[in-house]
Design a protein around this ligand. Structure first.
Ligand code: DQA
Length: 159
């Protein structure tokens, strides 16, 4: 099982940027911890970060047929990007949108996610631990899909 972890603009600045909001961990540290958790469950993670909207769209499109699910923090593009929302809808993969901060405790313009409607669910406000929660949620969704598909194929064999 393979999952893409896609990080949007300015998340490469974690550990430096607005530590009172995002904490002191760097993106590499977050990814290392996440990889350790994924390894224990035999899941392969592919990490990607870009500050460019089009590169994120390209990466989401590449996910089709190459990964089973997506964990994405579109960062500021959450609030502006119809292109990322459409790309997620196009590939239609199980997807968890993660936000380090609680969007609903922040400025009005952050309280609307354009991208969330294309996700299976969202996690917001648990700091970097939100990525772990996202991984657990995605593993659960992928297991449910696998169980359903196995039941369907067993049913067809019996017909
Ligand atoms: C963020 C929240 C966004 O509003 C902001 O633009 C970010 C990070 C978060 O993880 O809390 O860059 O997505």
């Amino acid at each position: 099982m393979k999952i893409a972890v896609i990080q949007g603009p300015n998340l490469n600045m974690l550990g430096v940027r607005e530590q009172h909001i995002y904490g002191g961990m760097t993106l590499d540290q977050i990814h290392a911890q996440l990889k350790a958790t994924a390894d224990q469950s035999g899941i392969e993670l592919e990490f990607f970060q870009s500050n460019l909207e089009g590169e994120i769209v390209d990466k989401i499109q590449e996910c089709l047929g190459t990964v089973h699910g997506i964990i994405i923090n579109p960062a500021a593009y959450t609030h502006t990007s119809i292109a990322i929302r459409d790309a997620l809808a196009a590939v239609n993969l199980p997807t968890v949108e993660v936000h380090i901060s609680n969007l609903y405790k922040r400025e009005d313009f952050r309280q609307k996610s354009l991208t969330a409607a294309s996700s299976t669910g969202i996690i917001s406000g648990f700091g970097p631990f939100g990525y772990h929660l996202g991984l657990i949620a995605l593993m659960q969704v992928l297991n449910e899909i696998r169980t359903y598909q196995e039941e369907q194929s067993q049913g067809q064999e019996q017909e």
